[in-house]
Design a protein around this ligand. Sequence first.
Ligand code: MN
Length: 197
Amino acid sequence: MIKFHFELPELGYQFGDLAPMMSQETLSFHYGKHFRAYVDNLNQLVDGSKYEGLSLEELVRKAPEGPIANNAGQVLNHQLFFEQLTPARNAKRPSGEFLFLIEQSFGSVEKMVEQLDKAASSFFGSGWTFLAMDDGGELKILSLPNGDNPLRYNLKPLLAIDVWEHAYYLDYQNRRKDYLKNLWLLINWHVVSERVV
Ligand code: MN
């Protein structure tokens, strides 16, 4: 019998709440099909293996390249992605200590978003663009393929931008830049700043 360790986290919004930037159809497929499949796959792969009992973060850090690392990375990446979204009317700007770190590393919020946008739009293939933090509190932008995550490079992920085609194809087809332009309107920077601690 399979014991299920990981669960699909609940969303803090309804499927229709992020439209028109992200449609109900995109959200229901991305969350209900893609994300759920990564969670189910991870449970099946970990159950009965030597990795059983490890937390999601430990799996992401420790599993060697392969199916467990891929699925654990995708579960963590999607957890970060969906948690940081909010209906556009509720989006908040960075503030406090997080704003200070942004200004130190990039000059301004606008410059940081510009660099994130450039990294995400120019990344080739399926993967993710992250805002991450090193041990010294410096913020970095990096893009990683497939289900990779900054934790594997001793960086703490703060913001995760999904650039797999499944994240935008139904709404934007091949127009990744348009997806990104609208995605910035849905980021809850308060959630992102809480990841700094
Ligand atoms: Mn995805």
